[in-house]
Design a protein around this ligand. Sequence first.
Ligand SMILES: [Zn+2]
Length: 181
Amino acid sequence: MDKQTFLLWAERNARRIGVKKGQVVKAFEKEMTAQTGIDAPFEIPDTMHVNMRYSYGGQSRFFREILENKRLMGTRCGTCGKVFCPPRSHCPVCYEQTAWIELKGTGKLLSYTTVYFATSSYIKRVPYIVAYIKLDGADTAILSNVEMKDIKKARVGMEVKVMFRKQRDGRITDIYFKEAQ
Ligand SMILES: [Zn+2]
């Protein structure tokens, strides 16, 4: 493609898929050079939106209890007694089916990091804390956010408790943790 044809092509395609012209120009500038011949594979800009159902499978009740009842659940193996949160439908050691139990929602910060760079969904929230929390009564740790006024005060071993957001969607971000008083 000669330059003028290419730039017009880029402009039309950018409008068609809803991105800036510059992005198409940058991604497809090879079309303007001798690197592509008439027989070379031809790529065009395109876009894809996927609406889908995502199944929580054996973890479904965990999300339903948060959404509907503001309850934090784990699962317990009847053979070895290990309690899992996040829940597991079967014990990874005994291969037994586990049973649901309610957890108090309190626990301790096992490990944490402060996030300063994030993808678009979370960019407005930086800086924020992502932490592994070992819940009281559970043998495993759950990954979640800890929200506090002064995030510099976070420390390993800090006692935290679960909080349920007012608007819950059935997603893991329906819960977060804050320092227990
Ligand atoms: Zn077990």
